[in-house]
Design a protein around this ligand. Structure first.
Ligand SMILES: [Zn+2]
Ligand SMILES: [Zn+2]
Length: 204
């Protein structure tokens, strides 16, 4: 009977049982199957750390992109791309009606907020500063703005039955004159142009 000495414990073990002895008595010794498994486990822990680092780097990159995008959006929102001054006058039964100051600035004269995204520094993109009838069109985006949008911000009606808060009297009519050309009321949306003169008239 051939025996061999176990190199770990010195026991005499039958040659054909030596492998079984290693596995049963010395499973953690070098040469057993445990070690490569541990090495493999360590490698996969290292790998998952790397994956974590990559995830953090990706998040950081996204954050930097997000911050610079927000900053550029803010800069765009604060850059005036249009600054036009159409002129509005209103005449009812031959008398001029004052266009108030601070339309689109004072909350009581800022009824419609659907255009606020285009506005500069807390003002509607369509507003007035004084009672001269000068409309300020100050926008962070090149965009068509209309007389009807100004009236919505101001909170006034303008159609063939009513001009601002004045109902059209029987036998009277309402119309608009744009740079000297008469337009029927209520049939068109007047797009503002720089320096344009718009007259709203109600009378016989
Ligand atoms: Zn202004
Ligand atoms: Zn202006």
């Amino acid at each position: 009977m051939e025996t061999e000495q176990c190199p770990f414990c010195g026991a005499s073990v039958k040659k054909e049982n030596l492998k079984g002895h290693y596995d049963r008595v010395h499973p953690k010794q070098p040469g057993s199957l445990v070690r490569p498994t541990q090495t493999f486990a360590r490698a996969s822990v290292f790998k998952s750390h790397r994956r974590g680092n990559l995830a953090i780097l990706a998040l950081f990159t996204l954050a930097v992109i997000g911050i610079s995008y927000a900053a550029s959006e803010l800069a765009a929102a604060n850059t005036m791309r249009m600054h036009w001054h159409p002129q509005l006058s209103v005449t009812i039964n031959g008398s001029p009606v004052t266009v108030p100051a601070r339309i689109g600035i004072d909350p009581s004269l800022w009824k419609d907020h659907s255009l606020d995204q285009y506005g500069m520094e807390g003002m509607s993109p369509l507003h007035t500063h004084d009672t001269s009838g000068q409309i300020h069109e100050e926008s962070n985006t090149v965009h068509d703005f209309t007389l009807q949008e100004l009236l919505a911000i101001w909170g006034q009606r303008l159609d063939s039955n009513q001009v601002l808060n004045h109902p059209v009297d029987p036998g009277h009519r309402a119309y608009i004159i744009v740079d000297g050309v008469q337009k029927p009321m209520g049939t068109l949306d007047v797009v503002f142009v720089d320096g344009q003169r718009i007259q709203v008239v109600c009378g016989p």
